[in-house]
Design a protein around this ligand. Sequence first.
Ligand SMILES: C[S@@+](CC[C@H](N)C(=O)[O-])C[C@H]1O[C@@H](n2cnc3c(N)ncnc32)[C@H](O)[C@@H]1O
Length: 348
Amino acid sequence: MHDIVQDYYGRQLKNTSDLQTDACCDSSAVPIWLKPLLAAIHPEVLSRYYGCGLVCPPLLEGCRVLDLGCGSGRDVYLLSQLVGPSGEVVGVDMTDEQLKVAEQHRDYHADKFGYDNVTFLHGYIERLEELGLQAGSFDVIVSNCVVNLSTDKGAVLRGLHRLLKEGGEFYFSDVYADRRVPDTVRTDPELIGECLGGALYWNDFLELAHSNGFRDSRLVESRPLEVTNPILSARCGRVHFYSATYRLFKLAGLERDCEDYGQAVVYKGSIPDQPNAFNLDGHHRIETGRVFPVCGNTWKMLAETRMAPHFDFIGDFSQHYGLFPGCGREIPFSQGANRSSNAESSCC
Ligand SMILES: C[S@@+](CC[C@H](N)C(=O)[O-])C[C@H]1O[C@@H](n2cnc3c(N)ncnc32)[C@H](O)[C@@H]1O
């Protein structure tokens, strides 16, 4: 798999338009405030972008960020501007040709930004421990259309979990399938290179994340992927693919489900470029100034991370009220006719 991928991204593809899906066609989704930052990146780096989403979470200034499978460095140079001179971005990739392009334009970006805060490392994302990076030293780890290409996705999650600080997050875009992909798709070299063959069934991904220390994965955004080459599309059969961005927080106290402790938060409107509302994920758009009820996990994602100064917090964990309503699961037991009126049961 590594050889297939290195050949695909090192020798076969020359630029974004060589891809056979619309995975990279998300430029319309780039928010206005990011456009000048993208425009500051060298055209050759931009032309070799092979990502499938936007991996720019808020509040990065001064952060230490790691990009897994950084390719020729588009996101590294984007994040370099977001973390600023007091932050740092490290990119890791296993393909020499990709890293060469990233390195070649380092001086260009240092001149343009007025500082050099990036490092590129050659390595394998399944073996992050070999890179000499200190455990618990990254605020944010990102990755754009890479995890699907990995031969051992569990090892990737374990390795990056170790590198994250407590309260840090893995914010990444990748390709997922609506079912477990059949062997014919999984072993097809071209479909592997196109980020389809190695795509996880989305529910298997959630289980894998959970079993490797990331409870309550939060979906930020998603969209269906179109395989634009009709021959490749036919080889995919009935499998449907999606590009999706998840954020996975490293927080020891997260629970498997959204539990209700009667808590709420109030957003202060103070996060740059989000004056009216803060989007934690696709299900939590928190309006400025409004008392917003949250489950215990959402509370922790806001109170125990870099988001904390931007919120007021109401309540604590002293009372538990069962599952948080509207989070997809419900109490499994029959409620009986009288439960809603709290009447004494006459049974037995
Ligand atoms: C689809 S490209 C995405 C590149 C980059 N993130 C971007 O958005 O342009 C996948 C990249 O991941 C790298 N990659 C794939 N598997 C890897 C692995 N196991 N270890 C390190 N890099 C890997 C490839 O070399 C390639 O550069």
